[in-house]
Write a protein that binds this ligand. Structure first.
Ligand code: FAD
Length: 538
């Protein structure tokens, strides 16, 4: 039997596993990816990549390749139409989408089928020397010990076996995660008892019929009979290919479903279509009790899943990969402290819980609205309420995942990690750093290092020198970027900003802290050091 030694074993080479491998590979950490599929699954789910997710591709070194893999023209507006009852009716609006927060990120959001995204990542990990990508291989058994992990894998067809040994295993193996189960990590969640159909079809006339709307990529139909669930169309290819999902009765099968009738119920007009795929899945919110047990971690759908409403699932999974990737690299390099790996669950789980709750609340709100208002019962009252919905959708988005309460950031006292917040250019501990131009003309995001970066907007060299000396003492990688505290950088409101490897702010100040060592001890996961004399909070 073939034996492979590595540092991290990544089980599952879907987008999250590949993203984790890219993070580890870029950090120079040897890893093995096990993935049964020789090619990505040809289902165009997971299409909506946020601007934040595209930042990951930038740091993985494949953002240009991602944009090139887009099937829609670059200028095609991403965003949706919400319609009442069907796409032919008088009631619809075009809510503001993710473009409203675009200025707070260094990259623009993208829309492309998940198989295209996975192809870009497959090519990228294949080019990274520390990554061994074993496509065609399934993990069958995971054994954990205090010293390391062993994963047995099988190649199909043929049944060839191999054993991979490493320091850590990460299950990125999807909602039915074998790693989660074998590591004994409890799942849990809410089953909506709602079966959904997912169809991919070609239609040459649907685009033409939708020209009455401003150009958009998605169309969400609300109907009282759906009780808050949606009938949903997404463009895959601008001219012809669509994907569609909708709730169906629990006992529906491919043999009993009239997919064409369901599509026409949602459009409200005759729609010629040629189906390429029809499948089903069950709507539920699931989240594991912890994302770690000993040397085993889980990420992406293996750790959590929720209805695809709003397009969060893949984006949340990619952020898991980045968050865990730099922490594993730090511990394997020797500068990450004992609390660093624990902070993965502490930071990422509340973000998922908040996201799942927002989706569940949205379904309940739509259900209540559709039960309460009806143009057939009272047209004037319905129209008034509908226009109120439209106005509500243009309010500033309050979805802003952050780690304010994380044990490894210097956030405000009593803060908690979560998703409710606001986008701002102010640099705040626990929040994503907003991009800003430096006086060199380059953006600060182009200067951030692979480790920590101290952005020092001051002529005083002392804080940078103190942080650099402390970083050397801890063996921690730190880059210092200096500039003046002039417009537009004054929007950061702080002269000293310590940025983590994942572009989140760990600490801010205006003067050198009493102990740069104390600041770095905590952000690197050495929490006991908080008690050190000269600790900045002390
Ligand atoms: C209809 C629909 C629309 C969606 N739209 C969006 C959207 O717009 N935006 C968004 O962010 N998300 C969206 N999502 C969610 C998104 O598709 C998922 O969150 C995403 O696929 C999760 O990626 P993953 O890598 O965690 O898991 P998966 O994509 O499930 O990948 C898991 C991988 O693990 C492999 N694997 C399984 N078992 C083993 C084993 N034993 N050994 C080795 N490998 C194994 C599998 O082959 C697979 O490749 C949508 C989902 C659906 C259903």
């Amino acid at each position: 039997m073939r034996r492979i030694q590595t540092s991290v074993i990544v089980v599952g080479g879907g987008p999250v596993g590949l993203g984790l491998a890219a993070s580890l590979g870029k950090a120079g950490i040897p890893c093995v990816v096990l993935e049964p599929r020789n090619e990505p699954a040809p289902i165009p789910k997971g299409q909506n990549l946020t601007a934040r997710s595209v930042e990951h591709f930038y740091y993985w070194g494949c953002a240009d390749e991602l944009r090139a893999a887009n099937l829609l023209p670059a200028e095609f507006p991403i965003g949706g139409i919400t319609a009442y009852e069907n796409l032919a009716g008088p009631y619809w609006y075009a809510p503001a989408g993710r473009e409203t927060v675009g200025d707070f990120y260094f990259q623009r959001h993208q829309r492309l089928p998940q198989y295209q995204t996975e192809s870009v990542l497959r090519a990228r990990v294949r080019s990274l020397e520390p990554v061994t990508a074993l496509f065609g291989w399934s993990a069958t058994r995971v054994r954990l010990s205090d010293d390391g992990v062993r994963v047995t894998a099988v190649r199909e067809p043929g049944g060839e076996r191999c054993e991979v040994e490493g320091a850590y295993v990460v299950g990125c193996d999807g909602a039915r995660s074998m790693v989660r189960e074998q590591a004994g990590i409890p799942g849990g969640g809410t089953d909506f008892n709602q079966r959904m159909v997912l169809a991919v079809f070609r239609s040459s006339d649907l685009s033409a019929r939708l020209e009455r709307f401003p150009p958009r990529t998605t169309y969400r139909v609300l109907h009282p009979e759906l009780e808050g669930y949606w009938r949903f169309f997404g463009r895959v290819h601008p001219a012809e290919t669509w994907f569609f999902h909708a709730p169906v009765p629990e006992d529906t099968t491919a043999a009993t479903l009239d997919a064409h009738a369901l599509v026409e119920r949602a459009t409200g007009f005759p729609t010629a279509c040629e189906f390429e795929h029809v499948g089903f899945w069950d709507l539920r919110v699931n989240v594991a009790g912890s994302y770690q047990r000993g040397r085993a971690f889980i990420a992406g759908d293996a750790a959590h899943s929720h209805p695809p409403y709003g397009g969060y699932g893949l984006n949340t999974g990619l952020e898991d990969a980045v968050n865990l990737g730099w922490k594993l690299a730090a511990v394997l390099r020797g500068w990450g402290g004992p609390a660093l790996l624990d902070s993965y669950t502490a930071e990422r789980r509340p973000v998922f819980v908040g996201t799942g709750q927002a989706i569940t609340d949205g379904i309940a709100d739509d259900r209540a609205f559709l039960a309460r208002y009806s143009p057939q019962r009272d047209r004037a009252e319905f129209e008034h309420a509908w226009s109120g919905l439209t106005a509500g959708e243009t309010a500033p988005p309050s979805y802003e995942p952050h780690y304010e309460g994380s044990p490894i950031v210097w956030g405000p006292p009593d803060a908690a990690c979560g998703v409710r917040g606001k986008h701002t250019f102010e640099a705040r501990a626990g929040h994503h750093l907003a991009p800003t131009p430096l006086s060199s003309g380059r953006d600060v995001f182009e200067e951030l290092g692979p480790g920590y970066t101290l952005v020092a907007l001051t002529e005083d060299r002392q804080p940078g020198t103190a942080f650099q000396a402390a970083a050397e003492e801890l063996g921690l990688p730190l880059r210092v970027v200096t500039d003046t505290f002039d417009e537009p950088r004054t929007a950061y409101k702080h002269r000293l900003i310590l940025v983590r490897p994942d572009q989140y702010v760990a600490w801010t100040g205006d003067d050198a802290p009493a102990s740069a060592l104390g600041v770095l001890h905590r952000v690197a996961g050495n929490l006991a050091a908080d008690a050190l004399p000269g600790h900045p909070a002390g």
